[in-house]
Design a protein around this ligand. Structure first.
Ligand SMILES: [Zn+2]
Length: 222
């Protein structure tokens, strides 16, 4: 059976879109606790499971300036996987930005670092980071790096994918879709992975479910 992870931003869109529109929330169901959905509703929302597919509970969280995550650990522990990314204070000095991301990686609730360099094509450059240090930390703490397939991001780029592969760091291809029709961006992510010479075993969401789940840090969370 082929595993397909549809990241949280896109899960169950038909249910969430009306709710989010009503509450003026745009993306993350889990982060929507403050946007009109309480924790019980959120749990019920994800309790969808049958013999043909399983929906994984996850969230993309924010890495704060000091490297902490913006959602409390008790809440993160309830998820199947947690993505953490930088969405603010993008112009930090190189060593500080590197330490900020590494501190997030040390949090055992964090599985994946999203758009690891932060570039937006034709709009902004990468953040200043020591990518070798990031790779060493990813390897040490078993953190996965995202290949963000959104056309304006394509982050990791091909060269960084190659470096991650050489360092033995696993990657995940994520559409970053905020709408249903953006799920097709997965093809750009796959093309990007191939440009970086990544193979099936380097990309966690090509793996069967059990192998995929084994890549996440459940054991450390208990
Ligand atoms: Zn993000």
């Amino acid at each position: 059976m082929t595993t397909v992870i549809v990241y949280i931003k896109t899960n169950l869109l038909s249910i969430t879109e009306s709710r989010f529109a009503k509450n003026n929330c745009s993306s993350l169901p889990f982060a929507s606790l403050g946007c009109g959905m309480n924790e019980e509703e959120n749990a019920a929302f994800f309790a969808v499971k049958n013999n043909t597919f399983r929906i994984l509970k996850g969230a993309e969280t924010n890495i704060l300036n000091d490297g902490k995550i913006d959602i409390k650990d008790e809440a993160l522990k309830k998820l199947d996987y947690v993505i953490a990314g930088i969405h603010s204070s993008l112009k930090m000095e190189k060593s500080k930005m590197t330490e900020r991301i590494i501190r997030a990686m040390k949090n055992p609730n964090v599985d994946i670092i999203s758009h690891p360099t932060g570039r937006i094509l034709k709009a902004r450059d990468e953040y200043q980071i020591d990518f070798d240090k990031i790779l060493r930390a990813a390897k040490e703490y078993n953190v996965i790096l995202e290949i963000n397939a959104f056309p304006a991001r394509l982050d990791l780029n091909d060269q960084n994918i190659r470096r991650a592969k050489s360092a033995g760091v696993k990657m995940a291809i994520n559409t970053d879709a905020h709408k249903k029709d953006q799920l097709r961006f997965i093809e750009f992510g796959i093309a990007q992975a191939r440009r970086g010479w990544a193979e099936k075993e380097d990309i966690i969401n090509t793996q069967p479910l059990e192998k995929l789940l084994a890549e996440f840090r459940f054991a450390e969370r208990k």
